[in-house]
Design a protein around this ligand. Sequence first.
Ligand SMILES: CC1=C(CCC(=O)O)c2cc3nc(cc4[nH]c(cc5[nH]c(cc1n2)c(C)c5CCC(=O)O)c(CCC(=O)O)c4C)C(CCC(=O)O)=C3C
Ligand SMILES: [Fe+2]
Length: 402
Amino acid sequence: MNKIKEPTIGVLLMSYGTPQIPDDLRDYMTSIRRGHDPSEQDIANLEDRYTTIGQWDNENLRTMTEQQGRALVKVLQRMVKCRDEQPSIIQNVYIGYQHMPPSIEDAVSQMKSDGIDIAIAIVTAPFYSKIGTSVYEERAQRAADQVGIELRMVREWWKEVGFADYWRIAIEKTLIEQVGPNLPYGSKSIVLGYDENDVTFLSVEDLLDDYERIIDELISREYYEDLQKYKDRVNDVALVLSAHSLPIAPMQNQLDPYVTSIQRFSCELAESLILRSWSGHIITVEMDGQIHQGYASGLEYEAYHNPTVWTQAWQSAGPHGEWLGPSIETVIDGLIEDGYKHIVFAPIGFVSDHVEVLYDNDTVCRAQVESQGAKYYRASMPNNNEMYIFAMASAVEKRIVQ
Ligand SMILES: CC1=C(CCC(=O)O)c2cc3nc(cc4[nH]c(cc5[nH]c(cc1n2)c(C)c5CCC(=O)O)c(CCC(=O)O)c4C)C(CCC(=O)O)=C3C
Ligand SMILES: [Fe+2]
């Protein structure tokens, strides 16, 4: 009897791509600018930024996608083992870059020659954007059609379990370990339920289920005096959740879904951290003279125990044309004007350590914050963190069954 052959499945992992040596910069920049040649000065400026962050000597910065790919296969293999039927999953992940070799097309051809029937494609960045990740998707689809592979695309995956948790914990860690020791009233004020000797966190569910009891317990643990202090003092810790800004022109008729996804993710993250919003309760985007209101819900907790406020900003805008606001520069000045002295940044629109974070945040934003007498902090990026990889693997795993 003929047994029908199980299809062979491979994972196509797509990412932006990063230069390996200074000589890569011309082609890299031309690709980012959709074929427009950069000037010598533009290239020199970009080279300076990469040199400042240590790109040429830091292998981690240049190989993060590969590291993420290896971690992804490991987690995926474990997940698939738990199934009754085991599809044949190829052991390695195929990596294709948007702006560097190997290209997305190179990766798909390689999959074909390795005998793969079905490619499950995913982008390291979990937010879908028309200006960014949709291009990866179109290239993968065209290449797959050409060689005759079935492509299953994971379009966006920021809602997968593990992704928001990564950021919640990274931000809590920054607040407790870095901001806390700099505050006159002690680090235990930062996150409700944090106990100095026993670092445990309460989930939002616990908190909502048992709000009164937890408050009583905190008070009985002699935190009462501290609670009064936070209530009375002027708050001076702020969290800025940021993502890459987008040029306004391509969004004249329709907002890129990236904008609403980022806003929604930011609101949900802030809510899970039980933070108050800096600018009221609804976040707004100014675009082309119009105000668009973003998703907002449940941010009105009586969060008097938590002195941190949050807001959202768009970063890394280019020098020409009109870009989505509020810009991170405007937000920093506004926070400082309002008396915030400790500003924590979480660039949630990015996933790895790279120039947009290490230069735009850690160099440019830091200078803007520090020159006005406030302190700069940044939460760590996901890189190859297991919670982040787990979320990515869950999204891929769903497409194995379709
Ligand atoms: C939406 C979006 C994402 C997130 C989604 C995704 O991840 O896809 C993203 C990620 C990234 N952007 C990156 C780097 C750069 N982006 C640039 C320029 C631009 N980005 C844009 C948008 C985005 N970018 C846009 C609209 C431009 C202007 C283009 C133009 O001018 O028409 C420039 C050139 C600057 C200059 O021209 O000076 C660089 C060097 C790196 C990798 C760094 C590394 O790993 O080394 C990453 C992950
Ligand atoms: Fe970019």
